[in-house]
Design a protein around this ligand. Sequence first.
Ligand SMILES: *Cc1c(COP(=O)(O)O)cnc(C)c1O
Length: 412
Amino acid sequence: MSVTLPMYLDHAATTPCDPRVVEAMMPYFTETFGNPGSRNHSYGWAAEKGVSTARQQIADLIGADSKEIIFTSGSTESNNLAIKGAANMYAKKPAGETGRGHIITAIHEHKAVLDPCKRLEKDGFDVTYLAPGPDGLITRAMIEDALREDTILVTIMWANNELGTINEIPEIGELCHSKNVVFHTDATQWVGKMPTNVKTDNIDLLSLSGHKMYGPKGVGALYVRRRKPRIRLTALQEGGGQERGFRSGTLNVTGIVGLGKACELCAQTMDDERERLLVLRNELESKIENALDVVQVNGARDRRLTHITNISFGFVEGESLMMAIKEIAVSSGSACTSASLEPSYVLKALGVGDDLAHSSLRISMGRWTTKEQIDYAADKIIEAVKKLRDLSPLYDMHNEGIDISKIEWAAH
Ligand SMILES: *Cc1c(COP(=O)(O)O)cnc(C)c1O
């Protein structure tokens, strides 16, 4: 029996592993299986060689020194280590007391940043959650307004995973350095797509993840600055003292080798890819906007990663829309929490109303997305929205010029 899979347009959720990455990993499962911590024999040395090559490949992609790369299980762990590790290291008061220090983040960060921040609030830290404007951006000026005497850490993502919007990261980094505040960025969506230099971009701590950049799942890294200033962290897990004591545990050698290869490939291809996907995205957006009214592209259009678009469709119901476009795998503006279908908190942060948020699609393209696929996806979406609107009395009213401005979704 053959099953036709939907067309994959959800690369911001995860990417397929590049076959060249898989090829690079293969020998490390069987032949080169040693523990890189084994210093007494060639099995260990061979594995360590694979790890150190990968460390260099990652460092090269982000302008770091290889000694500044700490391997983790992915960006969730990197964010936890960076945020909790820095907060506890630079705390102004000991555990158990309040007023331990001030942290700045934003309300539309990934949960892997927000939840560690919430934990730290319970542990005696103060956290400011900045709200973006309708463009979704966090700027240097917003951080400047929020800084306090006791601010110890700023954590702001480089590019947003639902919108693709790009924050003022080098500018915020420069500000933080001038105030001696540690600066972390969750760069999971950014790294591998955009040129990065942690030195000139003024970053102290940076999280990245293999499976968002054509590498394997379950492996990532945290960049930890070693000079000007040297950043210290409290470790989250203790044990064998691997990774300079920041992250104990036998290294995931196969994953690390894959991540390294993925970084090398991204460095080679990202400039061309970025341009190619920009052309495809422009085509997708203009096709949709030419064919349909009452659609809105969410987030600052001119400050976005080129492979992501987030579009809201007025006068359609979110779940029906998803049902009607089963041929393409995309993300919706609804998050399934345990019981209910919640509108995306990211879209809410931009002031998008609940109904429009529900009827939003995040379409994210990747290394093997073709023009034919994008044309197909655009046609499917347009057809589905038109069909659903044919059944919508509200859309009829809208077309007849009846004032429906009091209806919640029409107000946005
Ligand atoms: C995917 C993602 C994460 C989580 O990364 P994992 O490696 O899956 O733990 C964190 N932040 C952002 C912005 C992401 O897109």
